[in-house]
Design a protein around this ligand. Structure first.
Ligand code: UD1
Ligand code: MG
Length: 488
């Protein structure tokens, strides 16, 4: 996995653009003439937060990104996200992750229920023959399940199909009531259910496929005569079956896909499930993860084959690691591009940065945003880098601060070297050209340039440019006072 094509400006953008859509498209035929409508306008009252539920981070990605990602992977023609509560914030986040014209938004000013939310997307839906309706709080639904729903819809010859799941604890889900012949008859919400209905353990997942025209005709007739006084999307089912129409149903093979997030406890359960599957996916690529239950890998991260990840490592959004790397215990990588054969020793923090092939980092190194370490570069103990480039084969191994610096190739930076990059007003640049040797305990007062193959003596304060091949020294001559101790 080669990462050398990543330019520095790529590293500025965090969070990264989501690139999965095309790459990981599920097999089978795409859902043609289908719009996905994702309901994400809700207040998320049960989360007890001012942050809209849609934007809660689940394994590093906002919750609403998951159904969008699954719908795009299933090959829908278009996605409309229904937004309401803090709409501008939700729109901005979605656009940041999916900057594609395939996605637009519909506004639900007041959150009057799931049927009302779907109605708000009527104009968006009109040009499409079919609609895939998804609750926005279902991050585990896979593209394959969406496709399977499409197949059930086609095979049953109906104009409406839904996904159900048999679960041990039906909790807050709507219950699926079937008639004696096994056909789905209606969905009963928990609040409106009789004790017998409450005991039903087949639940409504919150994922439906419908013919757009008849769906919208029916939605207009949904009322609010229920305990919550809301317009329930789920009323559609009874409306249809009481007219003798058949409703198609796909029962989830893997009930865990039904996990929805209504409160913080569900958030932690669902997230744990996603993290486990992220780690499993990475191991499947040929990566060794030691004690995977201690390793935190956010969604969308990739690791190349033969790499090894030690316990307690965090690999966060946007990180791509190459092949044959070792990521040692306790390191935290966020939006990092790591090349092939790289060794990250224990307890390094690397953010929005790039490490090229065969570099060695740490232990205890801190690479802040826009740092680039070239091939075979070394960044050692207690070294902090910020917005700096270290050229191929260059080394900064001990106790240094390298900020706003451009360091060429095969440069050796001695222990305790500090770039004095900030004058209280501006950040200034230090340039160290290839082949230079910087003695220990040097301060480079920027803006300043150290020329090719030059030397800076240990303990020097460099305030003037150093010409190519020169030796810079700024320390006062040493004086030895003989017999000083005796006299004292
Ligand atoms: C809903 C279903 C329930 C199902 C469950 C599974 C209804 C009436 N009930 O219940 O049968 O088992 O999902 O996931 O549909 N939303 C809006 N606008 C609104 C209300 C909700 O956009 O006015 C959005 C929410 O942001 C959320 C989704 O719709 O993403 C579902 O709403 P939520 O309140 O979570 O419904 P549940 O009570 O879980
Ligand atoms: Mg819900």
């Amino acid at each position: 996995m080669h990462t050398s094509h990543f330019a520095l400006n790529v590293l500025k953008s965090h969070p990264p653009k989501v690139a999965w859509c095309k790459k990981h498209q599920a097999g089978g035929k795409p859902l043609k003439d289908t719009i996905a409508i994702i309901l994400a306008a809700g207040l998320g009252t049960r989360m007890k937060s001012s942050l809209p539920k849609a934007l809660f981070r689940v394994a590093g990605l906002p919750l609403v990104c998951y159904p969008i990602k699954a719908a795009l992977e299933a090959g829908v023609s278009h996605v409309t996200v229904v937004v309401g509560h803090q709409a501008e914030l939700v729109k901005a986040e979605v656009t940041k992750y999916f900057p594609t014209a395939q996605i637009d938004f519909a506004m639900q000013e007041q959150q009057l229920g799931t049927a009302h939310a779907t109605l708000c997307a009527a104009e968006n839906a009109a040009p499409f023959k079919k609609a895939l309706l998804m609750n926005g709080d279902l991050p585990l639904i896979s593209a394959n399940t969406i496709k399977a729903l499409g197949e059930v819809y086609d095979q049953t010859g109906t104009t409406f199909a839904l996904v159900t799941s048999r679960v041990a604890d039906p909790g807050g889900f709507g219950r699926i009531e079937r008639s004696p012949d096994g056909e789905v008859r209606q969905i009963v919400e928990k609040r409106d259910a009789t004790p017998e209905q409450l005991a039903i353990n087949e639940v409504n997942v919150g994922l439906y496929m419908a013919e757009t025209a008849s769906l919208y005709a029916d939605l207009a007739k949904v009322g609010t005569s229920n305990q919550a006084a809301e317009f329930y999307f789920t009323d559609i089912v009874k409306m249809r079956t009481s007219k003798g129409e058949r409703v198609g149903a796909l029962v989830l093979g893997d009930a865990s896909e039904a996990g929805q997030i209504n409160n913080r406890a569900e958030l932690s359960e669902v997230e744990a499930q996603i993290l486990r599957s992220n780690a499993a996916m990475i191991m499947n690529l040929g990566v060794t993860i030691h004690l995977p239950e201690t390793v935190y890998i956010e969604t969308g991260c990739l690791v190349g084959s033969n790499s090894e990840i030690e316990p307690g490592v965090s690999i966060k959004a946007g990180t791509v690691i190459g092949s044959n790397c070792l990521i040692s215990r306790g390191s935290v990588l966020t939006n990092a591009r790591i090349g092939d054969g790289v060794t990250i020793k224990p307890y390094c923090v690397i953010t929005d940065s790039e490490i090229k092939d065969f570099a060695i980092i740490g232990p205890f190194a801190h690479l802040r945003p826009q740092s680039v370490v070239g091939n075979h570069g070394h960044v050692g103990n207690f070294v902090e880098m910020k917005k700096s480039t270290l050229g191929e084969g260059s080394k900064v191994n001990h106790l240094s601060y390298i900020g706003d610096a451009q360091v060429g190739e095969k440069v050796n930076i001695g222990a305790g070297t500090i770039t004095c990059n900030y004058d209280g007003i501006n950040k200034n640049i230090t340039v160290i050209e290839s082949g230079a040797f910087i003695g220990s305990d040097t301060q480079l007062v920027a803006p300043v340039k150290v020329g090719k193959n030059s030397y800076v003596g240990a303990g020097t304060t460099v305030t003037k440019d150093v010409p190519d091949g020169a030796l810079a020294l700024s320390r006062v001559k040493q004086v030895n006072i003989e017999n000083y101790a005796k006299k004292k």
